[in-house]
Design a protein around this ligand. Structure first.
Ligand code: UDP
Ligand code: MG
Length: 287
């Protein structure tokens, strides 16, 4: 079977009531596009009826795959597992709890078609408690200040990204909160679009302020450290001894010829086509 163009990756931890509706909404959004896709549910060691529901969904639909984490390892590890199993050139992520709206996926893909490598959703009408909204506003501000980035809503998991970039970034627990920044370090051109957000109707949220805040803060310092120590692999290129002129400074590939290919060494450092970009491509200064 030819590999799909798009892989939709959904981390699942005890979401049995949400899954049937989520699956229907994903197919409802994707089928009209006529682009080959797969849906990968990563069961993160659920202890409710989610494994049975997922098995049923995969039996009903050949484009649906289920990956199982042998024990609960957290949302980041689940996402990473999905990335490793994904076969599509574009990976879309969203939560399983129906807070993200699959109807937004076609617009994420449109932005990808404009030439971006990562498109992040921004929850304009966020449907969470006041405390959650306020704390993430502060967290976003602190995070952007320290990482010198401008990610508006890093807590929004609804995103689309070129798979090759996902394979070139460091993996650690908590990574998903820094994904756009890490991808930009790897040379991805990023943008954001407003997306819908809905209240959680079934199941329990898995995070609270205290288990999120301190870890996220520790991760923040780690990411800042990584930015300073980042090795830019895009600088390496093989010399053709007969056809390369050594006079003049070798520059980065021009924006027009810089469509990233599957090789990590040839990704772009050009600026994005337009829009609310924030590609903070790490400069050669090694700041
Ligand atoms: N999740 C997971 N493993 C975990 C915790 C959460 O796979 O250990 C999944 C969860 O099922 C949901 C997504 O990660 O699909 C986000 O979780 P949640 O909705 O609780 O996070 P919040 O909306 O509070 O950020
Ligand atoms: Mg949620």
């Amino acid at each position: 079977m030819a590999p799909p163009e798009i892989s939709i990756v959904v981390p699942v931890y005890n979401e049995e009531e949400n899954l049937p509706l989520l699956a229907a909404e994903i197919h409802g959004a994707m089928r009209p596009l006529g682009r080959p896709y797969e849906v990968i549910y990563v069961d993160d060691g659920s202890t409710d009826g989610s494994p049975g529901v997922l098995q049923e969904l995969a039996r009903e639909d050949p484009s649906t795959r289920v990956i199982r984490q042998r024990r609960n390892s957290g949302q980041t590890a689940a996402l990473d597992a999905g990335f490793r199993f994904a076969r599509g050139g574009i990976v879309v992520t969203l939560d399983a709890d129906l807070q993200n709206d699959p109807a937004d996926i076609p617009r994420l893909l449109e932005a990808m078609d404009e030439g971006y490598d990562v498109v992040s959703g921004v929850r304009t009408n966020r449907r969470d408690t006041f405390v959650r909204k306020a704390s993430s506003r502060i967290a976003n501000r602190v995070r952007n200040r320290l990482t010198r980035d401008n990610v508006t809503d890093v807590g929004c998991t609804l995103r689309a990204c070129r798979a090759e970039y996902l394979r070139g970034i460091p993996v650690f627990t908590g990574m998903h909160r820094f994904l756009p920044t890490l991808l930009a370090m790897a040379g991805a051109r990023k943008t954001e679009i407003p997306v819908n957000h809905r209240p959680r109707l079934h199941g329990q949220p898995k995070y609270n302020i205290s288990n999120r805040l301190w870890r996220a803060l520790a991760d923040l310092f780690a990411v800042r450290w990584m930015q300073k120590r980042w090795i830019d692999r895009r600088l390496s290129e093989e010399i053709d001894a007969w056809n390369t002129s050594l006079s003049g400074t070798p520059g980065p590939p021009s924006a027009s010829s810089a469509r990233p290919s599957s090789s990590a060494a040839s990704s772009s450092s050009g600026s994005p086509p337009s829009g609310t970009s924030g590609a903070s491509s790490p400069g050669p200064s090694g700041t």
